[in-house]
Design a protein around this ligand. Structure first.
Ligand SMILES: [Zn+2]
Length: 258
């Protein structure tokens, strides 16, 4: 009987702690800021109100994305030196986009400054516009230097031929949001996503998702690559529209490197 009582007590304790845990995780899920979207009451125009930490989304004066026009030609701007290599494919569907996490996939060096590739992910349509025009999709390759400073490269996609590199990523896309998973036996080289020409537009900007932190050096490659409509549709099935609207320039200069 004593045994049964203890067991019952233990069960109650377990139930109570389970209830407490689930109420805590519910509180975490319902906390302001943990839930932002691309439309409606948690959409881009409300991001700053969702969390104190998101203030820069509204108050920042160097926000991304932008509509690129009136860029200043600068042939002497540094070239982008991509040194990427193949590594095992690690994918995450984080509830906002599909992302490939990278740790040893190589570096991007700009004017002697070296950044390591940290991850890349996708938006549809493209967040950046060029003279008002959005592309069908964009990949953002996010790089970090030793001090944590970010350099982001945008690869624009237009509908056309099937993209073999993209196929490797999209055919392994997790359909529901969840933790990162390694795709067994599949290697991926991010260099295969890049166009042959690395001419770019450059400006100072921010993360395009909350907390919209500034200090991100952006390089938008001028040459788009192609993906088939079916491939773009694969992303749109999961995320029909995951692009932040263009932000005010506030006097920033845009460099055009041919
Ligand atoms: Zn992005």
């Amino acid at each position: 009987m004593l045994f049964l009582t203890l067991t019952w007590r233990k069960r109650m304790l377990l139930r109570l702690s389970a209830a407490l845990l689930s109420s805590l995780s519910f509180a975490a899920a319902a906390a302001p800021g943990s839930h932002w979207t691309y439309e409606g009451e948690h959409g881009p125009t409300h991001w700053a109100q969702l969390d104190k930490g998101f203030a820069e989304c509204a108050l920042g004066h160097a926000q991304s994305p932008i509509d690129i026009r009136d860029a200043t030609p600068r042939a002497d701007a540094p070239d982008l030196d991509f040194r990427y290599q193949a590594t095992p494919l690690r994918l995450i569907n984080n509830g906002h986009t599909v992302q490939v996490d990278e740790s040893d996939a190589g570096t991007l060096t700009i004017g002697g400054h070296r950044y390591a590739l940290a991850q890349f992910h996708f938006h549809t349509p493209s967040e950046e516009r060029v003279r008002g025009k959005a592309y069908d999709m964009v990949a953002h390759l996010v790089h970090k230097d030793a001090s944590g400073k970010l350099a982001a490269v945008a690869v624009l996609f237009k509908a056309g031929r099937e993209n073999a590199a993209l196929k490797t990523v999209f055919d392994n896309m997790p359909l529901g949001a969840g933790p990162e998973h390694k795709v067994e036996g599949v290697q991926f080289n991010p260099a295969d996503l890049l166009p042959k020409q690395h001419a770019y537009y450059h400006f100072q900007g921010s993360l395009t998702t909350p907390p919209c932190s500034e200090g991100v050096a952006w390089y938008v490659l001028k040459t788009p690559v192609e993906a088939s409509r079916a491939q773009i549709g694969q992303l749109r099935t999961l995320y029909p529209h995951n692009a932040r609207p263009v932000q005010a320039l506030h006097g920033r200069q845009v460099i055009d490197h041919p």
